[in-house]
Design a protein around this ligand. Structure first.
Ligand SMILES: [Zn+2]
Length: 307
């Protein structure tokens, strides 16, 4: 095995393409070392110097900031991904909603809100509780021009979305099996894009593609109007507002037919944005939408567990 590998490497080294690859590889290793020497890696939150171990490429946090980050862990609502205070066996079986959702409830714990008001997406997951150091990190990434935080968040998101990476459709999926899977970022409005220089959700897609070979459709979803102020509006008003804000690019409709989409966002707050995006995608022919975010706002009453 090793010998075959070595031979392949040798063949590669003697081709023009191989020579270029090797040069680029060496340049990136040397470049990385020079950069580390010139700009020593620092904690993105408190700027404390970090010591990278050999071969480490993903940035990290210092020990102090790391301890302040709260990860969302099981038990979770299978549909919304909201952490549950305790594991329930077979979920809630009393309501009428159980009948319509029993396919899911037989195997998974579903929170009561998700049973009563099933979300349009199939599953949502987030890596972190939005608060404290995690909120600081996400804000630095979102508003203060720190795209280098994306690989750090993506590493945690990849773990939070571990169920999404199997290419076979989920056994509880109500949709027919399909072959196409796409990563799609929640879009920013062009005006905001100019101001922020990058779409944070698109950066997260790029960073996630290091782990999974899933193609990204960067501009399948477009934001046609900037979001109006949502403060003071009811939930249905907010949804109506957002429903008009997104569109599927007509040239992408064919690619989306029967596909499974993993929708990527930085923070889930009320959930209205991901719901609006999901509805638009499904209207365009997408079979199943799963949502993956770096962090989510969790209501204090459910936020009972520490790390
Ligand atoms: Zn720190």
């Amino acid at each position: 095995m090793t010998r075959i590998h070595a031979k392949a490497n040798l063949a590669k080294r003697y081709s023009l393409e191989g020579a270029l690859d090797t040069t680029l590889d060496m340049a990136s290793v040397v470049g990385g070392r020079v950069m580390n020497y010139l700009v020593p890696p620092a904690c993105p939150l408190c700027r404390a110097p970090l010591h990278f171990y050999k071969g480490q490429t993903t940035p990290s946090l210092c020990g102090g900031c790391w301890r302040d980050i709260d990860f969302i862990t099981a038990p979770l609502c299978y549909r919304t991904g909201v952490p549950l205070p305790y594991e329930t066996s077979g979920a809630y079986e009393t309501s009428e909603a159980y009948e319509t959702n029993k396919h899911d409830t037989a195997k998974h714990t579903i929170s009561l809100p998700a049973l009563l008001y099933p979300p349009p997406y199939h599953r949502a997951r987030a890596a972190l509780y939005y608060g404290g150091a995690a909120a600081q990190l996400v804000r630095a990434f979102k508003f203060y021009d720190h795209p280098e935080i994306a690989p750090l968040l993506a590493q945690w998101m990849h773990r939070a979305g571990q169920d999404f990476w199997q290419q076979t459709p989920d056994e509880t999926s109500h949709e027919p099996p399909n072959k196409k899977v796409w990563l799609i970022p929640v879009p920013l409005h062009r005006r905001r894009f100019l101001w922020r220089r990058y779409n944070q959700a698109a950066e997260l897609c790029r960073a996630l593609s290091v782990y999974e070979d899933i193609p990204i459709l960067f501009d399948a979803l477009v934001r046609v109007q900037p979001t109006q102020r949502q403060v003071g509006l009811s939930r249905s008003q907010r949804l109506r507002n957002l429903g008009r804000a997104f569109q599927v690019r007509p040239s992408m409709v064919a690619a989306l037919q029967g596909a499974r989409v993993i929708l990527i966002d930085d923070v889930i707050t009320t959930g209205t944005t991901i719901e609006a995006c999901t509805k638009i995608l499904k209207r365009a022919g997408v079979a199943q939408v799963d949502v993956l975010a770096a962090a989510r706002v969790v209501m204090p009453e459910t936020y009972t567990r520490g790390k």
